[in-house]
Design a protein around this ligand. Structure first.
Ligand SMILES: Cc1ncc(COP(=O)(O)O)c(C=O)c1O
Length: 395
């Protein structure tokens, strides 16, 4: 990893808004440019040279992403983002299966993208949506999970890392409890996959959703991983061009995986860029990414304590990703964000698409979130400290 790979950082901005989206290295920008300059064409439809090249690059991108999470290429469905991926499972897998009396279990800590799709299908089918509560540190309770998941649970949906507190729940425990009860599990990996090693086979997760744009890839890219048998039984949630091998007026023969779940012309250039992003991260090594972020967040938490901020989320960095979330008593989060922006430090403020969690942690006006990635440095945390020392004097 070289800072010079990220030209946007040349302006001197300290970018701590990586949980929202990350910057793109030159290698990704160049791969997208190269695609448009030399290979642009639609996929799977033409026999001409450019179309063959575009198709090869697009298929290769599935293979790279499969390698990134230890899946098979047929189990990697490209989506627009995490939200899209979760909605596809809700519509294509859960909706046809849910019956009155069934339930779906999620948690209070979820991003709205891992609540609303389940709420939508549960309401349509007269099923119940249950929420595992979180403790004071924002971690879901394994005991309550055991109580809520039962033989009527069709699906359990949990985030691999909270986008608000950085809390890392016991994902393996969620997977075990879901499977012990005959339920399917979806992990929202939006904050997990970009920041730690993830091996879907070893985890034995059924569905995993994540966003390309949060892991150095282009915007408008994401992945739905599903075990082959589950993707086979899932109804194509976006039927249309590219999803079939044959259509008659009476019926349809679906295309092989993963194409049947990728309706319409995909984001081909985005996929090529995402593959380059995954290669970049594999070259760095996901263990190193995780270790670096642990170091940054440990230092950031110390700084926040020193300046007297209210800190949210787990204190143990083994249970926390590279996210430091806080408030100053008596200062609105947006005011803190604006004051940091004036010092060239970009953080996110507000409710971070997680209103239930903010109610639960008693931060109804929102929080200030500094979220880190592989290009952030301890020196930047020093600058953050100086800025916070000044701001804390306003309280
Ligand atoms: C935990 C989590 N889930 C889902 C999402 C939604 O991601 P996207 O906007 O890429 O669909 C986010 C985005 O911040 C997130 O942090």
């Amino acid at each position: 990893m070289r800072r010079e790979d990220f030209p946007i950082l040349d302006s001197g901005i300290i970018y701590f808004d990586n949980a929202a989206t990350t910057h793109k290295p030159l290698q990704v920008i160049e791969a997208v440019r190269e695609f448009y300059m030399r290979h642009n064409s639609n996929v799977h439809r033409g026999i001409h040279r450019l179309s063959r090249e575009a198709s090869e690059l697009y298929e290769e991108a599935h293979e790279v992403l499969a390698r990134f999470i230890n899946a098979r290429a047929c189990e990697v469905v490209f989506t627009h983002n995490t939200t899209d991926a979760i909605n596809m499972v809700a519509i294509g897998w859960a909706l046809p299966r849910l019956r009155p009396g069934d339930n779906v279990v999620t948690t209070v800590m979820e991003h709205h993208s891992n609540i609303l799709p389940w709420k939508f299908v549960c309401e349509l089918k007269g099923a119940e949506l249950r929420y595992v509560d979180v403790n004071e540190e924002g971690l879901p309770s394994p005991e309550q999970l055991e109580e809520l998941v039962d033989r009527n649970t069709k699906l359990v949906a949990v985030s691999g890392m909270s986008n608000v507190t950085g809390a890392i729940p016991e994902v393996r425990e969620f997977i075990k409890v879901a499977h012990d009860n005959g339920a399917v599990i979806l992990v929202d990996g939006a904050q997990m996959v970009p920041h730690m090693p993830v091996n879907v086979k070893e985890l034995d997760v059924d569905f995993l959703a994540f966003s390309g744009h949060k892991m150095l890839g282009p915007t408008g890219t994401g992945v739905l991983y599903g075990k082959e048998e589950l993707l086979e039984e899932m109804l194509p949630p976006k039927p249309g061009g590219g999803t079939i091998t044959d259509v008659t007026l009476e019926g349809v023969e679906w295309a092989p995986l993963p194409w049947r779940h990728e309706g319409g012309t995909p984001n081909i250039a985005g996929a090529v860029g995402l593959a380059e992003a995954a290669k970049y991260l594999m070259n760095v090594g996901m263990e190193r990414v995780r270790e670096h972020e642990k170091e940054l967040v440990a230092k950031a938490l110390k700084v926040l304590d020193e300046v007297g901020a209210i800190v949210y989320g787990p204190r143990d960095v083994d249970r926390r990703g590279g996210i430091a979330t806080f408030n100053f008593k008596g200062l609105e989060p947006h005011m803190v964000g604006a004051l940091l922006d004036a010092r060239k430090i970009a953080v996110r403020t507000g409710l971070h698409c997680a209103h239930p969690l903010h109610r639960r942690i008693k931060a109804r006006n929102g929080t200030v979130r500094a979220s880190f990635y592989l290009y952030n440095t301890l020196k930047e945390i020093e600058a953050f400290k100086e800025a916070l020392e000044e701001i804390s004097k306003l309280v």
